[in-house]
Design a protein around this ligand. Structure first.
Ligand SMILES: C[S@@+](CC[C@H](N)C(=O)[O-])C[C@H]1O[C@@H](n2cnc3c(N)ncnc32)[C@H](O)[C@@H]1O
Length: 272
């Protein structure tokens, strides 16, 4: 039997897959981000990050900036800051207003102590050597500066993990199919403080619990389909599993009026 978690870890950090497929544009990332519009309470994540940067002046770098959701908001709310975005995927950077550049979190093209804050939002779990990326964050941020990271809990959206296994089981004709890949497991909210605590003496965790409620399967289906870059990791036909999941969610909504997903994400604010 293959070690599913080791294979999944390798696939979650595979640079060719990240840059060439998962984040070669923003379709899949946008599908994952947009599910939160049905969350209660509704958190304004870019606003919360901007709030954490309240006392910061000068230069801020967003590492793994993706489709620029945070950079664009900061440009609007904090025109006084000098903002720079980095990502390993040139395709996703194409739509982000500059300055942005292709760069790897483990080898930042920045002088030591040259930025006043660094963001690493929902991205450290994709880095093969997480401690090295955290050393780089600590190196480039000035002594009085701060790092804001974010990720999800191991318990986040557990209903979708269950939905996937039930749908995959139906496709394969067994009770429960194999687990779907977890992107954040390598740097989950439960693990993040220990990783960051190696370089930062103060790590404050802001937990963001919530419930997503949908009355139509499509936003949920778009979310699970956004893992298509890892379709080969699932040991089950991906599209057939998605179709079966759509039917299961539609049946659930027909019986209960809505489909609910419990969420737990969090922000980690790190200082030396
Ligand atoms: C889940 S997205 C998050 C995007 C954005 N930070 C956000 O929170 O909306 C992860 C991003 O990290 C980028 N990434 C993955 N590994 C990276 C690395 N080693 N260095 C820099 N960026 C990386 C991916 O290309 C992708 O755009």
């Amino acid at each position: 039997m293959t070690d599913l978690s080791a294979a999944h870890d390798a696939a979650v950090t595979d640079r060719a897959r990240l840059a060439g497929s998962a984040y070669n544009g923003d379709r899949d990332l946008a599908a994952r981000q947009s599910l939160y519009q049905w969350q209660t309470p509704r958190y304004d994540l870019p606003g919360l990050v901007a709030e954490q940067l309240g006392d910061v002046r000068g230069r801020v770098v967003d590492i793994g900036c993706g489709n620029g959701k945070f950079i664009q908001r900061l440009r609007q709310d904090r025109p006084d800051l000098s903002l720079l975005g980095f990502d390993i995927a040139p395709g996703i950077l194409a739509g982000v207003p500059g300055p942005v550049a292709v760069a790897d979190a483990t080898r930042l093209p920045l002088a030591s102590g040259s930025v006043d804050a660094a963001l690493a939002l929902h991205m450290l779990y994709h880095v093969p050597d997480i401690p090295q990326a955290i050393r780089e964050l600590a190196r480039v941020v000035a002594r009085s500066g701060l790092v804001v990271a974010s990720t999800n809990s191991d318990r986040d959206k557990a209903e979708l993990d269950d939905l996937w296994q039930r749908a995959a089981g139906d496709v394969l004709g067994i009770d429960r199919g194999p687990a779907r890949i977890s992107l954040s497991a390598r740097f989950s909210l439960e693990k993040a403080s220990a990783f960051l605590g190696e370089e930062f003496s103060r790590v404050e965790v802001v937990e963001l619990p919530g419930t997503i409620t949908v009355y139509d399967p499509e936003p949920v289906i778009a979310h699970i389909a956004s893992y298509r870059a890892w379709a080969d990791q699932h040991d089950v036909p991906f599209d057939a599993t998605i179709d079966r999941a759509r039917t299961l969610v539609a049946d659930h909504i027909a019986r209960h009026g809505a489909y609910e997903i419990t969420c737990l994400g969090g922000i980690l604010v790190c200082r030396r």
